[in-house]
Design a binder for this molecule. Structure first.
Ligand code: SF4
Length: 436
Protein backbone atom coordinates (compact mmCIF):
# COMPACT_ATOMS: atom_id res chain seq x y z
CA UNK A 1 0.00 0.00 0.00
CA UNK A 2 1.21 3.52 -0.77
CA UNK A 3 2.69 5.62 2.02
CA UNK A 4 0.82 8.68 0.75
CA UNK A 5 -2.89 8.75 1.63
CA UNK A 6 -3.49 10.57 -1.67
CA UNK A 7 -2.15 7.57 -3.52
CA UNK A 8 -3.92 4.89 -1.48
CA UNK A 9 -5.82 2.97 -4.19
CA UNK A 10 -8.38 1.57 -1.75
CA UNK A 11 -11.92 2.85 -2.33
CA UNK A 12 -12.92 1.16 0.92
CA UNK A 13 -10.37 3.22 2.86
CA UNK A 14 -11.68 6.39 1.17
CA UNK A 15 -15.22 5.48 2.21
CA UNK A 16 -14.20 4.76 5.82
CA UNK A 17 -12.57 8.22 5.96
CA UNK A 18 -15.73 9.81 4.55
CA UNK A 19 -18.09 8.19 7.07
CA UNK A 20 -15.85 9.05 10.01
CA UNK A 21 -15.64 12.67 8.87
CA UNK A 22 -11.89 12.48 8.29
CA UNK A 23 -12.30 13.21 4.57
CA UNK A 24 -14.28 15.90 2.79
CA UNK A 25 -14.84 13.70 -0.25
CA UNK A 26 -18.45 12.83 -1.10
CA UNK A 27 -19.98 9.43 -1.67
CA UNK A 28 -23.25 8.45 -3.35
CA UNK A 29 -24.06 6.06 -0.46
CA UNK A 30 -22.52 5.95 3.01
CA UNK A 31 -23.86 2.35 3.22
CA UNK A 32 -20.94 1.42 0.97
CA UNK A 33 -18.69 1.60 4.03
CA UNK A 34 -20.64 -1.25 5.66
CA UNK A 35 -20.01 -4.93 4.93
CA UNK A 36 -21.84 -6.07 1.76
CA UNK A 37 -23.33 -9.00 3.72
CA UNK A 38 -25.74 -6.43 5.20
CA UNK A 39 -27.39 -6.30 1.76
CA UNK A 40 -27.40 -9.99 0.82
CA UNK A 41 -30.98 -10.40 2.04
CA UNK A 42 -32.20 -6.95 0.96
CA UNK A 43 -33.89 -6.55 -2.46
CA UNK A 44 -31.97 -4.55 -5.09
CA UNK A 45 -28.39 -4.29 -6.26
CA UNK A 46 -27.17 -2.70 -3.04
CA UNK A 47 -25.44 0.64 -2.51
CA UNK A 48 -23.38 2.13 -5.34
CA UNK A 49 -23.97 3.23 -8.90
CA UNK A 50 -26.80 0.86 -9.78
CA UNK A 51 -28.75 1.13 -6.54
CA UNK A 52 -31.62 2.84 -8.41
CA UNK A 53 -31.87 0.14 -11.10
CA UNK A 54 -34.62 -2.48 -11.03
CA UNK A 55 -33.29 -5.93 -10.16
CA UNK A 56 -35.11 -8.73 -12.04
CA UNK A 57 -37.22 -11.22 -10.13
CA UNK A 58 -35.22 -14.36 -9.58
CA UNK A 59 -31.78 -12.69 -9.72
CA UNK A 60 -29.37 -14.88 -7.72
CA UNK A 61 -28.98 -13.96 -4.05
CA UNK A 62 -26.14 -14.82 -1.70
CA UNK A 63 -26.79 -16.89 1.42
CA UNK A 64 -25.50 -15.71 4.77
CA UNK A 65 -21.74 -15.34 5.00
CA UNK A 66 -20.55 -17.06 8.22
CA UNK A 67 -19.80 -14.71 11.13
CA UNK A 68 -16.10 -15.59 11.26
CA UNK A 69 -15.70 -13.87 7.87
CA UNK A 70 -18.06 -11.00 8.56
CA UNK A 71 -16.34 -10.15 11.82
CA UNK A 72 -12.71 -10.66 10.79
CA UNK A 73 -10.50 -7.57 10.49
CA UNK A 74 -8.85 -6.80 7.13
CA UNK A 75 -5.37 -8.17 8.08
CA UNK A 76 -6.87 -11.46 9.30
CA UNK A 77 -8.81 -11.90 6.06
CA UNK A 78 -5.69 -11.25 3.99
CA UNK A 79 -3.81 -13.85 6.03
CA UNK A 80 -6.59 -16.43 5.61
CA UNK A 81 -6.76 -15.81 1.85
CA UNK A 82 -2.99 -16.18 1.51
CA UNK A 83 -2.97 -19.38 3.58
CA UNK A 84 -5.87 -20.94 1.65
CA UNK A 85 -4.28 -20.05 -1.70
CA UNK A 86 -0.98 -21.56 -0.57
CA UNK A 87 -2.75 -24.75 0.52
CA UNK A 88 -4.57 -25.03 -2.82
CA UNK A 89 -1.50 -24.18 -4.93
CA UNK A 90 -2.00 -24.89 -8.65
CA UNK A 91 -5.48 -26.28 -7.99
CA UNK A 92 -6.98 -22.77 -7.99
CA UNK A 93 -6.69 -19.61 -10.13
CA UNK A 94 -8.02 -16.31 -8.77
CA UNK A 95 -9.12 -13.74 -11.37
CA UNK A 96 -9.74 -10.07 -10.49
CA UNK A 97 -11.60 -7.63 -12.71
CA UNK A 98 -10.18 -4.10 -13.10
CA UNK A 99 -13.21 -2.74 -11.18
CA UNK A 100 -12.74 -4.92 -8.12
CA UNK A 101 -11.83 -3.63 -4.70
CA UNK A 102 -8.12 -3.21 -4.14
CA UNK A 103 -8.34 -5.61 -1.16
CA UNK A 104 -9.50 -8.35 -3.56
CA UNK A 105 -7.32 -7.49 -6.57
CA UNK A 106 -4.14 -7.86 -4.53
CA UNK A 107 -4.86 -11.62 -4.25
CA UNK A 108 -5.61 -12.13 -7.95
CA UNK A 109 -3.32 -14.20 -10.17
CA UNK A 110 -4.61 -12.19 -13.15
CA UNK A 111 -6.14 -8.70 -13.30
CA UNK A 112 -7.90 -7.52 -16.46
CA UNK A 113 -11.17 -6.95 -18.28
CA UNK A 114 -13.80 -9.65 -18.53
CA UNK A 115 -12.59 -11.23 -21.75
CA UNK A 116 -8.91 -11.08 -20.82
CA UNK A 117 -9.76 -12.90 -17.61
CA UNK A 118 -11.94 -15.53 -19.28
CA UNK A 119 -9.08 -16.34 -21.66
CA UNK A 120 -6.51 -16.24 -18.82
CA UNK A 121 -8.48 -19.05 -17.19
CA UNK A 122 -7.84 -21.14 -20.33
CA UNK A 123 -4.13 -21.02 -19.61
CA UNK A 124 -4.70 -23.17 -16.52
CA UNK A 125 -6.44 -26.27 -17.85
CA UNK A 126 -5.31 -28.24 -14.81
CA UNK A 127 -6.76 -25.88 -12.22
CA UNK A 128 -9.80 -27.48 -10.57
CA UNK A 129 -11.33 -24.15 -9.58
CA UNK A 130 -11.41 -20.70 -11.15
CA UNK A 131 -12.46 -18.10 -8.60
CA UNK A 132 -13.81 -15.18 -10.63
CA UNK A 133 -13.80 -11.92 -8.66
CA UNK A 134 -16.07 -10.07 -11.04
CA UNK A 135 -19.78 -10.28 -11.85
CA UNK A 136 -22.13 -13.07 -12.90
CA UNK A 137 -21.92 -12.80 -16.71
CA UNK A 138 -18.11 -12.88 -16.49
CA UNK A 139 -18.19 -16.12 -14.49
CA UNK A 140 -20.57 -17.56 -17.10
CA UNK A 141 -18.15 -16.61 -19.90
CA UNK A 142 -15.28 -18.24 -18.00
CA UNK A 143 -17.43 -21.38 -17.67
CA UNK A 144 -18.04 -21.33 -21.44
CA UNK A 145 -14.30 -21.17 -22.14
CA UNK A 146 -12.97 -23.45 -19.40
CA UNK A 147 -12.79 -27.23 -19.28
CA UNK A 148 -15.84 -29.31 -18.31
CA UNK A 149 -14.21 -30.46 -15.06
CA UNK A 150 -13.21 -26.97 -13.97
CA UNK A 151 -15.50 -25.23 -11.47
CA UNK A 152 -15.99 -21.49 -11.96
CA UNK A 153 -16.83 -19.85 -8.64
CA UNK A 154 -18.37 -16.41 -8.05
CA UNK A 155 -17.55 -15.46 -4.43
CA UNK A 156 -20.82 -13.54 -3.95
CA UNK A 157 -23.84 -14.67 -5.99
CA UNK A 158 -25.39 -11.21 -5.64
CA UNK A 159 -22.62 -9.78 -7.85
CA UNK A 160 -24.77 -9.46 -10.98
CA UNK A 161 -24.61 -6.61 -13.51
CA UNK A 162 -27.54 -4.25 -13.82
CA UNK A 163 -26.73 -3.56 -17.48
CA UNK A 164 -26.67 -7.27 -18.40
CA UNK A 165 -29.94 -7.69 -16.50
CA UNK A 166 -31.61 -5.02 -18.70
CA UNK A 167 -31.89 -7.52 -21.59
CA UNK A 168 -33.59 -10.74 -20.49
CA UNK A 169 -33.83 -13.69 -22.87
CA UNK A 170 -37.65 -13.45 -22.87
CA UNK A 171 -37.54 -9.78 -23.88
CA UNK A 172 -35.01 -10.46 -26.63
CA UNK A 173 -37.04 -13.40 -28.03
CA UNK A 174 -40.13 -11.17 -28.04
CA UNK A 175 -38.21 -8.39 -29.83
CA UNK A 176 -37.03 -10.89 -32.46
CA UNK A 177 -40.61 -12.00 -33.14
CA UNK A 178 -41.78 -8.41 -33.52
CA UNK A 179 -38.91 -7.59 -35.88
CA UNK A 180 -39.87 -10.58 -38.05
CA UNK A 181 -43.38 -9.15 -38.35
CA UNK A 182 -41.95 -5.87 -39.64
CA UNK A 183 -38.92 -7.04 -41.63
CA UNK A 184 -40.06 -10.46 -42.90
CA UNK A 185 -38.28 -13.81 -42.33
CA UNK A 186 -35.11 -12.92 -40.46
CA UNK A 187 -33.03 -15.81 -41.80
CA UNK A 188 -33.81 -15.12 -45.50
CA UNK A 189 -31.03 -13.30 -47.41
CA UNK A 190 -31.98 -10.68 -50.03
CA UNK A 191 -30.59 -10.39 -53.57
CA UNK A 192 -27.32 -9.03 -52.12
CA UNK A 193 -27.01 -11.98 -49.76
CA UNK A 194 -27.81 -9.87 -46.70
CA UNK A 195 -30.29 -11.01 -44.03
CA UNK A 196 -32.62 -8.36 -42.53
CA UNK A 197 -30.89 -8.16 -39.14
CA UNK A 198 -27.81 -9.52 -37.38
CA UNK A 199 -27.98 -9.67 -33.56
CA UNK A 200 -24.86 -8.39 -31.79
CA UNK A 201 -24.45 -8.65 -28.05
CA UNK A 202 -21.91 -6.93 -25.88
CA UNK A 203 -19.85 -9.26 -23.72
CA UNK A 204 -21.76 -7.76 -20.78
CA UNK A 205 -24.80 -9.97 -21.25
CA UNK A 206 -26.04 -13.27 -19.90
CA UNK A 207 -24.98 -16.59 -21.44
CA UNK A 208 -28.61 -17.02 -22.53
CA UNK A 209 -28.30 -13.88 -24.68
CA UNK A 210 -24.97 -15.02 -26.12
CA UNK A 211 -26.65 -18.33 -26.95
CA UNK A 212 -29.54 -16.50 -28.65
CA UNK A 213 -27.07 -14.55 -30.77
CA UNK A 214 -25.18 -17.72 -31.68
CA UNK A 215 -28.41 -19.42 -32.79
CA UNK A 216 -29.41 -16.49 -35.01
CA UNK A 217 -26.23 -15.90 -37.01
CA UNK A 218 -24.96 -13.21 -34.64
CA UNK A 219 -21.83 -12.38 -32.72
CA UNK A 220 -20.44 -11.08 -29.41
CA UNK A 221 -18.35 -7.90 -29.09
CA UNK A 222 -16.21 -6.26 -26.43
CA UNK A 223 -15.59 -2.55 -25.95
CA UNK A 224 -12.22 -3.09 -27.68
CA UNK A 225 -13.50 -4.70 -30.88
CA UNK A 226 -17.03 -3.29 -31.28
CA UNK A 227 -16.19 -1.56 -34.57
CA UNK A 228 -14.64 -4.67 -36.13
CA UNK A 229 -17.66 -6.69 -35.02
CA UNK A 230 -20.14 -4.18 -36.50
CA UNK A 231 -18.21 -4.31 -39.79
CA UNK A 232 -18.51 -8.11 -39.66
CA UNK A 233 -22.26 -7.77 -39.08
CA UNK A 234 -22.83 -5.20 -41.84
CA UNK A 235 -21.09 -7.55 -44.29
CA UNK A 236 -23.84 -10.09 -43.52
CA UNK A 237 -26.96 -8.09 -42.71
CA UNK A 238 -28.94 -4.96 -43.62
CA UNK A 239 -29.01 -3.84 -40.01
CA UNK A 240 -27.86 -4.74 -36.53
CA UNK A 241 -29.81 -5.34 -33.33
CA UNK A 242 -27.34 -4.30 -30.62
CA UNK A 243 -27.75 -5.13 -26.94
CA UNK A 244 -27.71 -4.48 -24.07
CA UNK A 245 -25.66 -1.22 -24.00
CA UNK A 246 -27.17 1.52 -26.15
CA UNK A 247 -24.18 3.81 -25.55
CA UNK A 248 -21.49 1.43 -26.83
CA UNK A 249 -23.69 0.68 -29.84
CA UNK A 250 -24.42 4.34 -30.58
CA UNK A 251 -20.87 5.58 -30.01
CA UNK A 252 -19.40 2.85 -32.21
CA UNK A 253 -21.92 3.16 -35.06
CA UNK A 254 -21.71 6.96 -35.02
CA UNK A 255 -17.92 6.80 -35.39
CA UNK A 256 -18.52 4.55 -38.43
CA UNK A 257 -20.75 7.20 -40.02
CA UNK A 258 -24.19 5.78 -39.23
CA UNK A 259 -26.56 8.74 -38.76
CA UNK A 260 -28.39 8.99 -35.43
CA UNK A 261 -31.69 9.05 -37.34
CA UNK A 262 -30.98 5.44 -38.39
CA UNK A 263 -30.44 4.23 -34.82
CA UNK A 264 -33.84 3.83 -33.14
CA UNK A 265 -33.96 2.79 -29.49
CA UNK A 266 -35.75 -0.46 -28.60
CA UNK A 267 -37.63 -0.17 -25.32
CA UNK A 268 -38.75 -3.73 -24.48
CA UNK A 269 -41.76 -2.43 -22.57
CA UNK A 270 -43.31 -0.80 -25.66
CA UNK A 271 -44.81 -2.30 -28.86
CA UNK A 272 -42.16 -2.37 -31.63
CA UNK A 273 -39.77 -1.05 -28.98
CA UNK A 274 -41.42 2.37 -29.21
CA UNK A 275 -40.59 2.94 -32.91
CA UNK A 276 -42.79 2.82 -36.01
CA UNK A 277 -42.50 0.03 -38.57
CA UNK A 278 -41.06 2.58 -41.04
CA UNK A 279 -38.38 3.67 -38.55
CA UNK A 280 -37.35 0.06 -38.04
CA UNK A 281 -37.30 -0.59 -41.79
CA UNK A 282 -35.10 2.49 -42.35
CA UNK A 283 -32.78 1.64 -39.46
CA UNK A 284 -29.16 0.52 -39.60
CA UNK A 285 -28.65 -0.15 -35.88
CA UNK A 286 -31.49 -0.90 -33.46
CA UNK A 287 -30.19 -0.03 -29.99
CA UNK A 288 -31.49 -1.88 -26.93
CA UNK A 289 -32.55 0.41 -24.12
CA UNK A 290 -29.77 -0.62 -21.70
CA UNK A 291 -26.99 1.28 -20.00
CA UNK A 292 -24.29 1.01 -17.35
CA UNK A 293 -25.15 3.00 -14.24
CA UNK A 294 -21.46 3.55 -13.49
CA UNK A 295 -20.72 5.16 -16.84
CA UNK A 296 -24.02 7.04 -16.97
CA UNK A 297 -22.76 9.15 -14.07
CA UNK A 298 -20.23 10.96 -16.29
CA UNK A 299 -21.30 14.31 -17.76
CA UNK A 300 -20.06 17.01 -20.12
CA UNK A 301 -20.17 19.45 -17.17
CA UNK A 302 -17.58 17.29 -15.36
CA UNK A 303 -15.33 17.46 -18.42
CA UNK A 304 -15.75 21.25 -18.62
CA UNK A 305 -14.87 21.49 -14.94
CA UNK A 306 -11.77 19.30 -15.37
CA UNK A 307 -10.59 21.42 -18.30
CA UNK A 308 -11.18 24.65 -16.36
CA UNK A 309 -9.30 23.41 -13.29
CA UNK A 310 -6.42 21.59 -15.04
CA UNK A 311 -4.81 23.22 -18.06
CA UNK A 312 -3.77 20.59 -20.61
CA UNK A 313 -5.74 17.78 -18.96
CA UNK A 314 -6.23 14.66 -21.11
CA UNK A 315 -9.77 13.37 -20.79
CA UNK A 316 -10.25 9.66 -21.56
CA UNK A 317 -13.63 7.99 -21.12
CA UNK A 318 -15.09 4.53 -21.61
CA UNK A 319 -17.43 4.02 -24.62
CA UNK A 320 -20.22 2.96 -22.22
CA UNK A 321 -20.51 6.70 -21.43
CA UNK A 322 -23.29 8.72 -23.12
CA UNK A 323 -22.52 10.04 -26.62
CA UNK A 324 -22.21 13.69 -25.52
CA UNK A 325 -19.54 12.69 -22.99
CA UNK A 326 -17.59 10.63 -25.53
CA UNK A 327 -17.80 13.53 -28.00
CA UNK A 328 -16.51 16.02 -25.42
CA UNK A 329 -13.62 13.78 -24.30
CA UNK A 330 -10.20 13.69 -25.96
CA UNK A 331 -10.30 9.91 -26.35
CA UNK A 332 -12.62 7.01 -25.65
CA UNK A 333 -11.69 3.37 -25.22
CA UNK A 334 -11.94 0.19 -23.19
CA UNK A 335 -10.42 -0.26 -19.74
CA UNK A 336 -7.35 -1.78 -21.34
CA UNK A 337 -7.11 1.16 -23.78
CA UNK A 338 -7.22 3.57 -20.82
CA UNK A 339 -4.53 1.64 -18.97
CA UNK A 340 -2.28 1.48 -22.03
CA UNK A 341 -2.77 5.18 -22.82
CA UNK A 342 -1.55 6.12 -19.34
CA UNK A 343 1.28 3.62 -19.50
CA UNK A 344 2.45 5.07 -22.84
CA UNK A 345 2.59 8.70 -21.62
CA UNK A 346 6.28 9.60 -21.38
CA UNK A 347 5.84 13.11 -19.89
CA UNK A 348 4.08 13.87 -16.58
CA UNK A 349 0.45 14.33 -17.60
CA UNK A 350 -2.85 15.14 -15.95
CA UNK A 351 -5.51 12.56 -16.82
CA UNK A 352 -9.23 12.86 -16.07
CA UNK A 353 -10.71 9.39 -16.48
CA UNK A 354 -14.33 8.42 -17.03
CA UNK A 355 -14.60 4.88 -15.77
CA UNK A 356 -15.13 2.91 -12.54
CA UNK A 357 -13.41 4.45 -9.57
CA UNK A 358 -11.57 1.35 -8.29
CA UNK A 359 -9.61 1.22 -11.55
CA UNK A 360 -8.98 4.98 -11.61
CA UNK A 361 -7.60 5.03 -8.06
CA UNK A 362 -5.40 2.02 -8.77
CA UNK A 363 -3.99 3.68 -11.87
CA UNK A 364 -3.34 6.86 -9.87
CA UNK A 365 -1.33 4.83 -7.34
CA UNK A 366 0.53 2.85 -10.02
CA UNK A 367 1.55 5.93 -12.02
CA UNK A 368 2.51 8.56 -9.40
CA UNK A 369 4.45 10.52 -12.07
CA UNK A 370 1.05 11.53 -13.51
CA UNK A 371 -1.92 13.23 -11.90
CA UNK A 372 -4.85 10.88 -12.45
CA UNK A 373 -8.35 11.47 -11.15
CA UNK A 374 -11.89 10.27 -11.75
CA UNK A 375 -14.09 12.70 -13.73
CA UNK A 376 -16.90 12.04 -11.25
CA UNK A 377 -15.90 13.67 -7.94
CA UNK A 378 -18.38 11.50 -6.00
CA UNK A 379 -17.04 8.17 -4.73
CA UNK A 380 -19.58 5.75 -6.25
CA UNK A 381 -18.27 2.32 -7.26
CA UNK A 382 -20.15 -0.32 -9.26
CA UNK A 383 -22.70 -1.69 -6.76
CA UNK A 384 -22.30 -5.29 -7.77
CA UNK A 385 -18.54 -5.46 -8.27
CA UNK A 386 -18.37 -4.03 -4.75
CA UNK A 387 -20.35 -6.98 -3.38
CA UNK A 388 -17.15 -9.04 -3.57
CA UNK A 389 -15.40 -8.29 -0.32
CA UNK A 390 -12.28 -10.17 0.84
CA UNK A 391 -14.54 -11.93 3.37
CA UNK A 392 -16.30 -13.78 0.52
CA UNK A 393 -12.99 -14.57 -1.18
CA UNK A 394 -11.62 -16.04 2.07
CA UNK A 395 -14.85 -18.05 2.49
CA UNK A 396 -14.83 -19.66 -0.99
CA UNK A 397 -11.10 -20.46 -0.78
CA UNK A 398 -11.41 -22.07 2.66
CA UNK A 399 -14.44 -24.04 1.44
CA UNK A 400 -12.30 -25.35 -1.43
CA UNK A 401 -9.56 -26.32 1.02
CA UNK A 402 -12.23 -28.24 2.97
CA UNK A 403 -13.22 -30.15 -0.20
CA UNK A 404 -16.45 -28.26 -0.92
CA UNK A 405 -17.28 -26.22 -4.05
CA UNK A 406 -19.46 -23.22 -3.18
CA UNK A 407 -21.19 -20.80 -5.59
CA UNK A 408 -20.39 -22.73 -8.76
CA UNK A 409 -21.63 -21.02 -11.95
CA UNK A 410 -22.63 -23.49 -14.67
CA UNK A 411 -24.01 -22.81 -18.14
CA UNK A 412 -26.13 -25.66 -19.49
CA UNK A 413 -25.08 -27.26 -22.80
CA UNK A 414 -28.16 -26.07 -24.75
CA UNK A 415 -27.08 -22.48 -24.03
CA UNK A 416 -23.32 -23.02 -23.93
CA UNK A 417 -22.95 -24.54 -27.40
CA UNK A 418 -24.49 -21.65 -29.41
CA UNK A 419 -22.93 -19.09 -27.03
CA UNK A 420 -19.49 -20.51 -27.86
CA UNK A 421 -20.32 -20.20 -31.57
CA UNK A 422 -21.03 -16.47 -31.06
CA UNK A 423 -17.75 -16.06 -29.15
CA UNK A 424 -15.80 -17.97 -31.82
CA UNK A 425 -17.22 -15.68 -34.52
CA UNK A 426 -15.92 -12.72 -32.52
CA UNK A 427 -12.45 -14.25 -32.24
CA UNK A 428 -12.40 -14.93 -35.99
CA UNK A 429 -13.63 -11.44 -36.97
CA UNK A 430 -10.78 -9.25 -38.17
CA UNK A 431 -10.64 -5.57 -39.19
CA UNK A 432 -10.83 -5.20 -43.00
CA UNK A 433 -7.43 -5.18 -44.70
CA UNK A 434 -6.60 -1.78 -46.23
CA UNK A 435 -6.11 -1.89 -50.01
CA UNK A 436 -3.82 0.46 -51.90
S1 SF4 B 1 -19.52 -1.35 -14.28
FE1 SF4 B 1 -21.51 -1.32 -15.36
S2 SF4 B 1 -21.34 -2.90 -16.95
FE2 SF4 B 1 -19.66 -3.25 -15.45
S3 SF4 B 1 -20.52 -4.73 -13.97
FE3 SF4 B 1 -20.93 -2.69 -13.14
S4 SF4 B 1 -23.00 -2.18 -13.91
FE4 SF4 B 1 -22.24 -3.91 -15.14
Amino acid sequence: MSSSPLLDPSVDHALQLIVTGASTEETCATDLAAGPWNFDTVPGYGPGSSMGDVIPTGAPRQGELPASYREAAEPELHERIRAAKAALGERVVVLGHFYQREEVVQHADYVGDSFQLATAAKEHPDAEAIVFCGVHFMAETADLLSGPDQAVILPNLAAGCSMADMASIDQVEECWEQLAEVLGPLDAPDADGLVPVIPVTYMNSSAAIKGFVGRHGGIVCTSSNARTVLEWAFARGRRVLFFPDQHLGRNTAKAMGVPLSEMPLWNPRRPLGGSSAAELQDSRVILWHGFCSVHRRFTVAQIDQARAAHAGVRVIVHPECPMEVVDAADEAGSTDFIRRAIDAATEPTTFAIGTEINLVRRLAAQYPQHEIFCLDPVVCPCSTMYRIHPGYLAWVLEELVAGRTPNRITVTADVADPARVALERMLAARPPVAVG
